[in-house]
Design a protein around this ligand. Structure first.
Ligand code: HEM
Length: 499
């Protein structure tokens, strides 16, 4: 018994100390070779610190622990990047080493086993599909060819707003802009507006539900392979499967309808993809599963993001009447004596472009985007292992005080006489990402956003209902795939009497 006390207590203490340091090392990155980490809990790591709006929780942590920070989501190491300089290291200096994307079971269920551009790992299959998207579907002449779709859909939106003004009714701009983005993408993708058909509604509702189910950053089952069963238990997997099955019936029917028509139309994305599938472009090929994957990419990546930025632009203009007036003066000056805006008119509107860039800086629709390390990388003296997830906080980078004066202020003037653009070369402004995996939809999205905002501001004067002031607008963010405002933007429009 005496021996027991003599040896057991110190040994137990030693064992406890060893366990404590091992856990600490495991969950705080492992000492000098790992970037700084906030304190974490055993097993779950830093998961409890994520919150509903991850860009904000990560921003708070990074302001304390630095622009390169290591977290753990359960056992998974996660690097968080929060400054333009570190983003440049990841997206330019080591772009190839960080060119993979994280994929979870849920994403596989939604995207045909990850058989699409967004989710494929870097490699030949991804390169082949990405080239098709970049060179055949979304190149600049193709984006121009969709101008008539933008013009027709924007003038329909104008008419709907005019109807509200004649009834003296406020306009729910959020609802109208959601419908507009869906219709723009639907017509570009399929050639017609699927929102108007029963089938189309099922398809769009399916996308919406899937995006809501995926709004949580990562589920426990995604972080811990041994907890994958919780996805089944929570009912999420079954719910996703149901949604995907319904959606696939619609997508299969659209593919079959297009295939049946003798000449596959080259005027919409589905037609072009099926043309490639039939071997119409020498040296380029695509299987039917990937055709559906790419179509899903276009809808998933293109609709909610476009709606979200349109609403942020209009919200910021409502909150800043001086900027609204300056923009109106610019647009109405360019349009003097003209009724119908052509896309070439936008070239003479530098303040419009500045307003849109400023909205993207403060409110990137995808505030945090992810990459995965493919190789061992030495980053700023730290050893990063393959498989490490990298979260790039574009929202925080847009506020990096090393690059932005008064970063919280909405000040479009900062972009006048500046060469900064949205194409990912300026690492302090990366709402579309940068490097090998930069968004291929930049041209498509900005063409739509510029044309729609220019028309809204040209045709109407805007006010808030009941004489409310811009600063009263509720700009609380809503968690989701794209982060927009929680409260719909309800406004009163008056027709500009000079138009
Ligand atoms: C305001 C609108 C949009 C925003 C803010 C946006 C943002 C982004 C971001 C941040 C990425 C990840 C980039 C990276 O990892 O470096 C991305 C990827 C992607 N986006 Fe967009 N996007 C928008 C519109 C669109 C549109 C309209 C399309 C298609 C019509 C599109 C298609 C894609 C695709 C296919 C990818 C995956 C690229 C790859 O992994 O190779 N996006 N987008």
């Amino acid at each position: 018994m005496e021996d027991f006390h003599f040896y057991t207590l110190p040994l137990t203490l030693l064992a406890l100390l060893y366990a404590w340091f091992s856990i600490k090392r495991l969950y705080s990155g492992g000492g000098d070779t790992s970037p700084p980490s906030p304190p974490s809990l055993p097993v779950i790591g830093n998961l409890h610190q994520l919150g509903q709006l991850p860009h904000r929780s990560l921003s708070k942590l990074s302001r304390k622990h630095g622009p390169l920070m290591l977290l753990h989501f359960g056992p998974k190491p996660v690097l968080v990047v929060s400054s333009a300089d570190v983003a440049k290291l990841i997206l330019k200096t080591h772009d190839l080493a960080f060119a993979d994307k994280p994929i979870t079971d849920h994403l596989k269920t939604i995207f045909y086993d990850g058989n699409d551009v967004i989710n494929l790992p870097y490699g030949d299959r991804w390169r082949k599909l990405r080239n098709i998207v970049l060179h055949e579907l979304l190149n600049s002449s193709r984006v121009k060819s969709f101008a008539s779709v933008r013009e027709e859909e924007t003038s329909l939106l104008m008419r709907k707003i005019e109807e509200c003004t004649s009834l003296l009714a406020p306009v729910n701009l959020t609802v109208m802009l959601v419908a507009l983005s869906n219709d723009l993408i639907s017509r570009a993708a399929f050639g017609n507006k699927y929102s108007e058909t029963e089938h189309g509604k099922i398809f769009l509702d399916g996308l919406d539900e899937a995006s809501r189910l995926l709004a949580n950053f990562m589920t426990l089952g995604d972080c811990f392979p041994w907890l994958a069963w919780t996805n089944r238990l929570s009912g999420r997997r079954a719910a996703l499967k149901r949604i995907v099955e319904k959606r696939d019936i619609v997508l299969d029917k659209v593919v079959q309808d297009h295939l049946k028509s003798l000449n596959t139309s080259k005027e919409n994305i589905m037609g072009i993809l099926l043309g490639i599938h039939k071997g119409e472009i020498p040296g380029v090929s695509i299987d039917l599963e990937s055709v559906k994957g790419v179509i899903l990419d276009v809808f998933t990546a293109g609709t909610e993001t476009t709606t979200t930025i349109l609403i942020w632009v209009m919200t910021e203009l409502m909150r800043h009447p001086a900027a609204m007036k300056k923009l109106q003066d610019e647009i109405r000056g360019v349009m003097k004596g003209k009724q119908l805006m052509a896309e070439d008119d936008l070239l003479k509107m530098p303040y419009l472009k500045a307003v849109i860039k400023e909205a993207f800086r403060l409110h990137p629709p995808l505030p945090v985007f992810a990459r995965v390390a493919r190789d061992h990388v030495n980053l700023m003296g730290y050893e990063i292992s393959p498989g490490t997830i990298v979260l790039i906080n574009a929202w925080e980078i847009g506020r990096d005080p090393a690059y932005w004066e008064e970063p919280e202020k909405f000040m479009p003037e900062r972009f006048l006489n500046s060469s900064t653009d949205l194409r990912g070369f300026d690492f302090y402004l990366i709402p579309f990402g940068s490097g090998r995996r930069i968004c291929p939809g930049i041209g498509f999205a900005t063409a739509a956003v510029e044309y729609v905002v220019a028309n809204l501001v040209f045709k109407f004067d805007w006010a808030l209902p009941n004489g409310a002031k811009g600063e009263d607008l509720d700009v609380t963010e809503r968690p989701g795939f794209a982060v927009g405002t929680d409260t719909p933007l309800i406004v009163v429009a008056t027709i500009n009497s000079d138009v």
